[in-house]
Design a protein around this ligand. Structure first.
Ligand SMILES: [Zn+2]
Length: 346
């Protein structure tokens, strides 16, 4: 873990460490031999794009990058901004705090569908949702996500009931604040669509890491829902995703990394970062038989329509996250104890 730059602040008060660059680490992938080095930077895009879904707080690789290093490497190859996505109370607070002080970052906040069952079980879900509702009022929090349903990790029963309740609550929060909804949909296409239609979708809906086929793509096209493509679209066997690209209007396409996961080819399995997004953009342009710069211009325009301009609400917090300044909002709760299931944090 990168410790440089923090040691001099060792004796500073809690605020100095409140924006630790890595509030959690990527879980060890058992039984797999991963190359833990970051891939080389791609050739820069001429027309810049945005990564609309990333997790810069997760440390990965043998030399985890600080979020500012991630952003600098991204800037150098034409990735001009990111939506930093929270998955629980701690990482949502972190995301909002970084967005408040970094012009290249906007934030999405939510309780991930894989976190909801345990929180419901312990009676903490409502309080967690109240924190998300609070954070949603901050000017640089532009989306509620990632939320949705995950039938891959959660078996039928009370866990799925809790996921659905949490998903519906997030939809309400998105509508209340007029924010985009970023959906996590894992093997749950039908119930996601049914829920959106039943309770009424927010104006801007994004299927993060789109994993559907032509059928779901057609439903997205009908409803004006956005499909965000990750590195998975470059995977050799991902024919369903490339078929989906063919039926989606270009005006509904977004791109993302979901870093540190889902690294595009030819680097699948290695640590991911927003700076690797050009590989995915070029693969999509190649499949669609279109010019990379024209596609990039469309993607950027789409992204700004969903989330607004990265400059619409200028940063207000002190610029140096390592200085002992007070954080906006709720500084006291940013630090403190970390959940046990994030191995290797800090
Ligand atoms: Zn994600």
């Amino acid at each position: 873990m990168t410790e440089s730059g923090q040691s001099e602040n060792a004796a500073a008060p809690i605020e100095a460490t409140a924006l630790d660059p890595h509030v959690r680490a990527r879980a060890i992938m058992e039984g797999t031999e991963r190359d833990l080095s970051y891939p080389p930077s791609p050739e820069a895009l001429v027309v810049a794009v945005y990564d609309n879904h990333t997790h810069l707080e997760i440390a990965d690789g043998e030399n985890p990058m600080h979020y500012r290093e991630h952003l600098d490497r991204a800037s150098a190859v034409g990735v001009r901004g990111v939506v930093q996505v929270g998955t629980d109370v701690l990482t949502s607070r972190w995301s909002a705090a970084v967005a408040a002080r970094e012009p290249r970052v906007l934030a999405a906040v939510a309780i991930h569908p894989n976190e909801a069952p345990a929180l419901a079980e312990s009676g903490e879900l409502d309080a967690a949702l109240a924190v998300i509702d609070d954070l949603a009022a901050q000017p640089r929090v532009v989306a509620i996500g990632e939320t949705g349903l995950d039938y891959y990790r959660t078996a039928p029963g009370s866990g799925r009931v809790a996921q659905l309740a949490s998903f519906e609550a997030h939809i309400e929060i998105a509508k209340k604040h007029g924010l985009a909804l970023q959906i996590h949909d894992r093997e749950a296409h039908d119930d996601i669509v049914a829920t959106l239609l039943r309770v009424g979708a927010p104006e801007k809906v994004v299927f993060h890491c789109f994993s559907g086929d032509v059928t779901l793509a057609s439903i997205c096209a009908e409803n004006g829902w956005y499909a965000s493509f990750a590195g998975t679209v470059t995977f050799k066997n991902a024919h369903n995703l490339r078929d989906a690209l063919d039926v989606l209007p270009r005006s509904l396409l977004l791109v993302e990394t979901d870093a540190p996961f889902l690294t595009p080819q030819p680097f699948r399995g290695r640590p991911n970062g927003p700076y690797l997004l050009p590989y995915t953009v070029r693969a999509i342009a190649d499949h669609l038989g279109t010019d990379v710069s024209m596609l990039a211009a469309q993607l950027s325009s789409n992204t700004e329509l969903v989330y607004g301009s990265w400059d619409a609400n200028p940063v207000t917090a002190p610029g140096d996250p390592w200085a002992a300044h007070e954080l906006p909002g709720d500084p006291d709760n940013l630090g403190g104890a970390l959940p046990e299931h994030y191995p290797g944090e800090r």
